[in-house]
Design a protein around this ligand. Structure first.
Ligand code: ADP
Length: 248
């Protein structure tokens, strides 16, 4: 079954076409690198899929359901681009922020169980932030905050994880750890990953599919196909194609 189906999606913003006729689908186990120049519509596409940008023309289905009928949001983890919602006086601890990721799947009354506590411990350990569980979020560095948000996005064991430029605030070690975690979730649980990135030089190390968007879909498919495609060589030039392909 498809996890995401997007058909002929078009989106206009202030009379300007931001997305034109986007069609692609993703199934269990896919790890998609969503790339494209600045302003090419990547974030808008992700927001449209999540039902937070609209209205649009065309069709989006999640886990086989039309977007407007979809209710199982706890199957989806989303790590947005912006960290700005943390002001320095935000009064929550790291554990509290991560626990928000679990509350979304609960019905009222939303009480955390002992198993929830253990899931939080596990994910804090996984991201090497167990030692700062009780720290106020406002006191952390940018890289630490980013790891807390990653923890919140994965603590729920989502079947689809959408990450918008997730590593910009991470140092190289944290970035490596982060990609190792994604890889494990993808390999062991088949979690579908959509990773928005401008880092075309290393996306081939992580993802197994490439979705290249510049308002339209310029390419969607496997890296082998992309790297052998003469159409893509003509389109991007052999140098740009090589940047994407050399580490694949
Ligand atoms: P990307 O994520 O690829 O950088 P975006 O989806 O953020 O691209 O933006 C696509 C286009 O939509 C850009 O031209 C951008 O200027 C425009 N856009 C997106 N959001 C807004 C907004 N809130 N106000 C004005 N323009 C916007």
């Amino acid at each position: 079954m498809s996890v995401i189906e997007v058909e002929n999606l078009s989106f206009r913003y202030n009379g300007i076409d931001v997305l034109q006729d986007i069609t692609f689908s993703a199934r269990k186990g896919d790890y998609i690198g969503l790339v494209g120049p600045n302003g090419s519509g990547k974030t808008t596409l992700v927001k449209a899929i999540l039902g937070i940008a609209g209205p649009f023309r065309g069709r989006v289905r999640l886990f086989g359901r039309e977007l407007r009928d979809f209710r199982e949001w706890s199957k989806i983890g989303y790590l947005p681009q912006s960290l700005t919602f943390f002001n320095p006086y935000f009064p929550s601890t790291v554990r509290e922020i991560v626990s928000l990721g679990l509350l979304s799947r609960k019905k009222f009354p939303r009480v955390l169980t002992r198993a929830d506590g253990e899931a939080i411990d596990r994910v804090l350990g996984l991201l090497n932030i167990a030692g700062i569980g009780d720290s106020p979020i406002g006191e952390l560095s940018g890289g630490q905050k980013q790891r807390v948000l990653i923890a919140r996005a994965v603590v729920n064991d989502p079947e689809l994880l959408i990450l918008d430029e997730p590593t910009t605030a991470l140092d190289p070690d944290a970035r490596e750890l982060f990609f190792a975690i994604l890889k494990r979730l993808n390999a062991e649980r088949g979690t579908v990953m959509i990773l928005v990135t401008h880092d075309i030089g290393s996306i081939g190390e992580h993802a197994n599919k490439l979705l290249y968007v510049d308002r339209r879909v310029l390419f969607y498919g496997g890296f082998d196909e992309f790297c052998r495609s003469e159409r893509m060589t003509t389109f991007f030039g052999s140098e740009s194609q090589h940047i994407i392909c050399h580490r694949h």
